[in-house]
Design a protein around this ligand. Structure first.
Ligand SMILES: Cc1cc2nc3c(=O)[nH]c(=O)nc-3n(C[C@H](O)[C@H](O)[C@H](O)COP(=O)(O)O)c2cc1C
Length: 366
């Protein structure tokens, strides 16, 4: 029988992928003290298939990068050592594993910052309090401090070192987190960035810092190990842009200068977290402009993923919530087997099993 389009092989740079179903980065808030924990070995290895691509949850690049409890980092030796057995377990099963490197910028508060200092951003405009993903708790943000132009190279350097650390921990590469209203996105989006120096104002200036991060990371670990995630259309954390078509296209074509491995874009329909809206835009212009591997994500099911591959709309499709609740998602797609429903209320609970490693595999494979 012919394999379904999602289950056909794909050559991504030097990586031989056996199929096109990617694990999207998923923050799980189970890395106590910002250190990845041994229970992540089982979690990631459950979601590994031979020749499958996995992107690890957002991982902080420095002690100012955090804004959520129990998210992992990769700036200390202890964190690098803690990642190693997790990465080894994925490699033992033949997976390809990228680390998503992250700085939250102003999506933080004094409590997450060293010495209770202000979070950093492109701006000093504060965020309004927001309901947390569980729909009950409210996240409070402290007014950010606008980075001085002279300080920006220091943050670029944090990304560079984090990328080096990821390779040292054994990861095959890194995905720079340029999406969802976090630090890089704050610079790109004109509703947030109100700077008047060379990092603000024009589109080119707003994209300068993210592209400097890309360049530094490429110089450190090589373009064939670097991807970036972007969400030009999203407005999470008050980070919308007045012209996302132009922003997305500018980034997609500027990235070609660096020859990076992949560009991972979130669909315009994911304007808010977890809610799919009908919109008139799509990512085709960006897919056409970008010369490397193009990954799409956001609200995909099996059928739409197959269509994206058949239509050459994307090379790979990343799945978030369905992969969270179906550790054997590629196999289920292959067999057209039913999927486990995900349980939103356990996405972020700090339990090392519940809502994490207790989603069942297909019985026929057990
Ligand atoms: C529990 C949870 C955690 C997430 N964490 C991250 C993250 O760390 N980094 C990121 O770029 N996106 C994150 N996302 C967004 C997902 O990667 C994905 O883009 C989103 O869930 C939409 O895809 P889906 O419809 O396949 O779930 C998260 C989403 C969920 C549900």
């Amino acid at each position: 029988m012919e394999p379904i389009p999602l289950m056909t092989p794909y050559q991504m740079g030097k990586f031989n992928l056996s199929h096109r179903v990617v694990l999207a980065p998923l923050t799980r808030q189970r890395s106590f003290g910002n250190v990845p924990q041994p229970h992540a070995i089982l979690y990631y290895s459950q979601r590994t298939s031979k020749g499958g691509l996995l992107i690890a949850e957002a991982t902080g690049v420095s002690d100012t990068a955090q804004g959520y409890p129990n998210t992992p980092g990769i700036w200390t030796k202890e964190q690098v050592e803690a990642w190693r057995p997790i990465v080894d377990a994925v490699h033992e099963k033949g997976g390809i594993f990228f680390c998503q490197i992250w700085h939250v910028g102003r999506v933080s508060n004094y409590g997450f910052q060293p010495n209770g200092q202000a979070p950093i951003s492109c701006t000093d405009k504060p965020l309004k309090p927001q309901k947390r993903a569980n729909g009950i708790d409210v996240a409070e943000f402290s007014p950010p401090r606008r980075l001085l132009a002279e300080e920006i190279p220091l943050v670029v350097n944090d990304f560079r070192i984090a990328a080096r650390n990821a390779i040292e921990a054994g990861f095959d590469g890194v995905e720079i987190h340029g999406a969802h209203g976090y630090l890089l996105d704050q610079f790109m989006k004109d509703s947030v960035n109100d700077r008047t120096d060379k990092y603000g104002g024009s589109l080119e200036n707003r994209c300068r810092f993210p592209l400097e991060v890309v360049e530094a990371v490429v110089n450190e670990v090589g373009a064939d190990r670097v991807g970036i995630r972007l969400s030009p259309y999203a407005s999470y954390m008050e980070s919308g842009d007045s012209n996302p078509d132009v922003l997305g296209l500018y980034m997609a074509s500027s990235l070609n200068k660096f020859g990076i491995l992949f560009c991972h874009m979130v669909e315009p329909r994911m304007i808010t977290v977890g809610e799919r809206l009908e919109v008139p835009h799509n990512l085709l212009p960006m897919r056409k402009a970008f010369k490397g591997t193009f990954i799409v994500a956001g609200g995909y099911n099996r059928e739409e993923g197959n269509k994206a591959i058949t239509d050459n709309y994307a090379d790979l499709v990343a799945y978030g919530r369905w992969f969270l609740s179906n550790p054997d998602l590629p196999r289920r797609f292959e067999l057209n087997a039913p999927l486990n429903q995900y349980n939103r209320s356990t996405f972020y609970v700090p339990d090392s099993v519940v809502g994490y490693t207790d989603y069942p595999f297909l019985e026929s494979d057990a």
